[in-house]
Write a protein that binds this ligand. Structure first.
Ligand code: FE
Length: 258
């Protein structure tokens, strides 16, 4: 069963759960989140084949597979989409994914009998109903994928930030000391986010939300307004991608070291 540290929020009818981490070995560590409201569930970025059957069992034991209403795919990466065919074959859930990627996702091997259950989200995002509440699907394009969404849950005040706020290599589940945490986030953001303009635009949007928790798809969770604001201040001014990598296009005739 779920350890208490994996319950990000609960109030009797509404639960935000970080599912057990079944991904080990060569895979990048990934968080699979679940939101349950009045018995209905959504799973966020469920990952690949090696974790699929374990997660399916866990979702089944938490709410019963028939109550899984949505599978959210924030963007097209394999650590998010690879096992989507299995999820569609074994549940009645509707998958939602950026419309931009709908013609690419079938390359992961989606059966034609279930493909119609992957629905496209238009660039502007919107809301979906889960149980008796709604979730905001908010645009986060170019963070890092050109078609990318995040979820804001107004009940728990959690922002599921996907590939933003990611940390790699730390040995804790919740960020306690933000200054110490920066080194685990920095390398990823500097390389995977295309430029600072994207970050500034995003921060301007999310500052309008009442955020208690930022829950990324990899690494530690940022809980509490102080840490959330520290993160927004840090990411707003981070130089990354093209800001720091130019010139990146040069022909190199050295043989590759493989
Ligand atoms: Fe990604």
């Amino acid at each position: 069963m779920i350890g208490t540290e994996r319950v990000i929020y609960q109030d009797g009818n509404h639960f935000n759960i970080l599912l057990e981490d079944f991904g080990h070995g060569e895979m990048v560590q990934a968080n699979v989140h679940m939101i349950i409201d009045n018995g209905e569930g959504i799973i966020l970025d469920p990952g690949g084949h090696k974790v699929f059957k374990h997660l399916l069992t866990e979702v089944g034991s938490l709410i019963g597979l028939n109550n899984l209403k949505y599978i959210f795919l924030s963007h097209q990466d394999p650590d998010i989409v690879a096992a989507i065919n299995g999820w569609l074959m074994t549940t009645n859930a509707t998958a939602i994914a950026p419309k931009l990627w709908l013609r690419f996702i079938p390359h992961f091997g989606v059966d034609r009998f279930v493909i119609h259950r992957i629905k496209g989200i238009k660039d502007t995002g919107g809301t979906i109903k889960l149980g008796k509440n709604k979730l905001y699907i908010i645009p986060a394009h170019f963070i890092h994928s050109p078609g990318n969404f995040q979820i804001y849950d107004p009940v728990s005040k959690t922002l599921y930030s996907g590939d933003l706020g990611v940390s790699l290599g730390q040995d804790y589940m919740y960020v306690k000391d933000f200054d110490r945490h920066i080194k685990y986030m920095e390398v990823f953001h500097r390389r995977y986010i295309p430029c600072n303009k994207v970050l500034k635009t995003w921060v301007k949007m999310v500052r309008k939300l009442d955020i208690e928790t930022i829950a990324p798809q990899h690494g530690a969770i940022m809980k509490g307004k102080d840490i959330v604001n520290r993160f927004l201040d840090w990411i707003e001014d981070l130089e990354c991608g093209l800001d720091i990598m130019e010139p990146i296009y040069e022909i190199n005739d050295k043989e590759l070291e493989l």
